[in-house]
Design a binder for this molecule. Structure first.
Ligand code: GDP
Ligand code: K
Ligand code: MG
Length: 301
């Protein structure tokens, strides 16, 4: 082993919680750039996403997980399994709770499961920017501490970034001794093609109504570096039915053009270079039950 191992610390921290608690927003805030997509809709995150944060001698590898809820289709089951798997692999578990929502059925389900597994967790009350009455926060954390699974509590706003530095410092001090697992400058281990596909998928959640984003998936089929420093990307949006394809294309291709523009802007900011993005739409029935599609996200099935 590297003789510097004694000086280094490294560990995994799983972010678990109900859908929409703000886990992905938190991960991006901690890492300092978008590595996990965010939307106001539940089940935006489909896989385990790792984000890497350096804090002095410690490398903290955060695992963002899909929300934990009662699953239905195969994709949902795989997502919830991935969420619990992320927690199993972790040195520390952080239960992220929307402080305005408080304790709901999903939160209960998670607490009960943690108890069954005999696991302790760090309580993180998020979205405190939405809670006017700070007494309410104290009351909520008191009630949750009654469950006797929490070791510590943090109150933050992932969106605004308030309270996140204290949280990082706290976790850094708790990381076990050992070599860093990722290069010091990395923010994620997600392949660039997959991250690029995720960014486009995020736009679907914002621009399309109701169920459609859940019926769609995106794959990057071409990533071509150009001499001028720009990159050419070709991506396909897969949907389950012809009617959905028509909606994504929109009248005279208007919708897909807007999706492309939105995604390109984000991609250029994230990759810090010009991006030429070409989007295609194809129908592929039942992709949500197709093991090959799930494997792209590293989901077990
Ligand atoms: P996840 O499903 O737990 O990963 O939640 P997301 O990160 O996708 O966030 C769900 C929604 O909550 C998004 O609309 C976020 O912008 C919003 N959100 C997340 N954190 C905060 C926060 O600290 N304050 C407020 N006001 N909104 C937040
Ligand atoms: K979400
Ligand atoms: Mg998420």
């Amino acid at each position: 082993p590297d003789q510097n191992d004694a000086l280094h610390r490294c560990g995994f921290v799983a972010l678990v919680g109900a859908p929409n608690a703000g886990k992905s927003t938190l991960l991006n805030q901690l890492v300092g750039t978008k590595v996990s997509i965010v939307s106001p809709k539940v089940q935006t995150t489909r896989s385990r996403v790792r984000g890497i944060v350096m804090a002095e001698d410690a490398q903290i590898v955060f695992i963002d997980t899909p929300g934990i809820f009662q699953p239905k289709r195969r994709l949902d089951r795989a997502m919830v399994k991935a969420a619990w798997g992320g927690a199993d692999d972790a040195d520390l578990i952080v239960l992220v709770i929307d402080a305005q929502q408080g304790i709901n059925d999903d939160v209960r389900l998670i607490i009960d499961n943690l108890k069954k597994q005999n696991r302790k967790a760090i309580l993180l009350l998020n979205k405190i920017d939405k809670v006017r009455d700070k007494e309410k926060l104290l009351h909520l954390s008191g009630e949750l501490f009654g469950e006797e699974i929490f070791t510590d509590v943090f109150m933050i706003s992932a969106k605004k970034g308030s309270g996140t530095q204290d949280f990082i410092n706290f976790l850094a001090a708790k990381m076990p001794n050992g070599p860093w697992m990722f290069p010091e400058d990395d923010v994620s281990d997600m392949p660039l093609r997959l991250l690029a596909a995720e960014i486009t998928r995020e736009k679907l959640y914002y621009q399309l109504q109701q169920e459609l984003p859940y019926s769609a998936t995106v794959e990057t089929e071409l990533w071509e570096e150009r001499k001028d420093g720009s990159v050419k990307l070709e991506q396909t949006i897969f949907v389950e039915r012809e009617g959905q394809k028509a909606i994504i294309l929109g009248k005279s291709g208007k919708r897909i053009k807007m999706l492309g523009t939105d995604a390109r802007k984000d991609l250029e900011a994230i990759f810090e270079r010009r991006v030429h993005l070409y989007l295609f739409v194809k129908v592929r029935e039942n992709w949500g039950d197709d093991p090959n599609r799930l494997a792209i996200w590293g989901l077990d099935h």
